[in-house]
Design a protein around this ligand. Sequence first.
Ligand SMILES: Nc1nc2c(ncn2[C@@H]2O[C@H](COP(=O)(O)OP(=O)(O)OP(=O)(O)O)[C@@H](O)[C@H]2O)c(=O)[nH]1
Length: 693
Amino acid sequence: MPPKITPELTALQAQCNREAVHAPGAIQPAGCLLSLDHELAVIVQISANIEQVLGIGVSQALQATPSQLLGARLINRLRQELQQRERLPGTLTIHRQINGCRCRFRIIAYRHRQRVLIELERVGGMTEQRLLPAVNEWLTRIAGAETEDTLLQLLVEAVRSLTGHDRVMVYRFDADWHGTVVAESRSEQASGYLGHSFPASDIPPQVRGLYLINPVRSIPDATVAAVPLVPAVDPEHPEPLDLSPGVLRAVSPRHLDYMCNMGVQAALSVAIQGDSGLWGLLACHGLVPTSLSPLVRDAVYTLVQMTTQRLFLLKSRDETAYLRRVQECRELLGEAQTGFQEPGELLQHRSKEWLDVFNAGGVALIHNGRICSSGQVPPKDELSRVGAWLNAHHQGSGVWCSQHLASTPLSDVCGRPEYAGLLAVPLPVDAKQRDWLLLFRAERLKSYRWAGRLEAMSQMEDGQRILSPQRSFETWVEEVHEQSDPWLPREQRAALDIGEDVTVAILVKAISDLNNRLTQVNRRLEGIATTDALTRVWNRYRIEQAIETDIGLAVRLGQPLALLMLDVDFFKRINDRHGHEAGDAVLATLAEVITRTLRDNDCLGRWGGEEFVILASGCGLDDGKALAERIRRAVGATDFGAAGRVTISLGVSQWRPGDDRKSLVERADTAMYAAKQGGRNRVMVEDDQGSIP
Ligand SMILES: Nc1nc2c(ncn2[C@@H]2O[C@H](COP(=O)(O)OP(=O)(O)OP(=O)(O)O)[C@@H](O)[C@H]2O)c(=O)[nH]1
């Protein structure tokens, strides 16, 4: 949540951001600086405090060669080390006799264009022997920290115990580079900033950039004046020296004012680098000047590095645990697919897990213009307007999200506290119209405790308005309404994964529905193609197929096959007396009676009009005759309602080698006509030679 910044402040900030903080042309007096030519043969510039540090006057130093001043061994070593490099890979330590005392110096060396810059710092205070056990103990504790809070708290305590600063903080940057203090250790005299936020303008972009070149920035004493270089300007290359890789770079006057306004006289900050850049800073403040041995500074850096590693390990553990939850959720959804659920059912079954994984208050699924939901979501008409707006304004397959719907064009639709944030996942179910899975989060009231007000940060200087560093760090609480927790990148990725699964589930269900419908239609079509509409028994086409099949079996297996042809006696009379409908009813009842009389593997088909064919596979003439008699008796015993009693005449033939469908049917038909001729209501069977007796 950025503080309110006026256009005027923005312009002033831009001005401030252009300050060349990397090349101030002076150093802090914590050490001295030498600028040598690129072959390390000539001293070009030195810092004016060379006498205090090395015990040699400025003019004497400028007349000496680097080897005379620092020793031939060191210079040769530096020449070697800097042959292929821009800077010394580590640090070097040398000893010098100064005013009769043996002093230890830390050397940092780096190239800047045609010059080689050497910084010397006195090493004093804590020795390695005292420092190492303390650092080791803290490292062990840091390595065992199980939560981010504990870890960062350990770091600030460790650093304060080593450096003696009054306040040590970790502050974490947000997406807009505002920093929030997330861990703090402080003396009783120092005011606390835990939970406070500092505006991005406190650390301008070029200063943040310097942390990438040099992660450690030390200001042991903000009260002392900066030390100029002698001569002030390099006679051959007048552009100011870039001192960013070193530790002695003088402090920007604006930053000194900032520290002074904060009541701070010493500072040390170390970058906490994440995978994607600067994650935060370790910031140490001393209410009085606090000089640090380079050894302690190194130890702090090591502690920060170890903490950073542990921090990102804990974060990746957290990430893994989250991904596992998402995976479990996806597996459950996969199982649900086997049940081919309707989208609505799917949502009802899965909403609990989804709300849990996404820490959401409500979820809605817009599918085919229909809406189902669970939990706190806007009313249906508003949801469909959300879907329409998303379809019109959000292209592509990525998610659309906002933690502050009230600030989006959807504000009039659903910018209410119960659903202040929305994560919308497109479901590419249909090429023309996308479906949507919508996750809503309720408002999370938040108060930002700003350390100072940004509005009050400009002042007049020499008739010009300039951006002044913060003067007051008094807490200014800003309440933030209408916003939900932000949708984290991992949540957005997980939502896409789950959206993909939902899309598959919807498509699988649609395909399964389509298949079911097709199967039903096919069955109906098949029925229509093979069934007689009036009697519901096979039609002529189907019974002909069956005769062909059974003749095939008889040919291959020698299986006997009898064919019965039957015809209703005096059917015309029934029609004439009782009407055509009564005639139809007789045919339908007849088919039922015959079907009941048949064995399972006998087949009945309507041959046409009032004629039927029965195919009795496995039957010879005798069995065929017996079946025909059984049917005749069953029909004769049936009451046909209005038509009263009805009789039938039947003819029976048997498959013989050389028979085809036509000849087999013809002989049964001939036998049936013989039965008619013989007086009807009887069975006539061909003889063994296939003739009608
Ligand atoms: N109601 C009805 N009548 C049908 C149907 N199909 C054929 N018919 C009638 O069945 C009658 C058959 O008459 P005919 O062939 O003269 O034979 P019949 O009256 O049964 O006499 P015989 O077969 O010699 O005993 C005709 O009047 C047809 O119109 C049908 O689906 N429904």
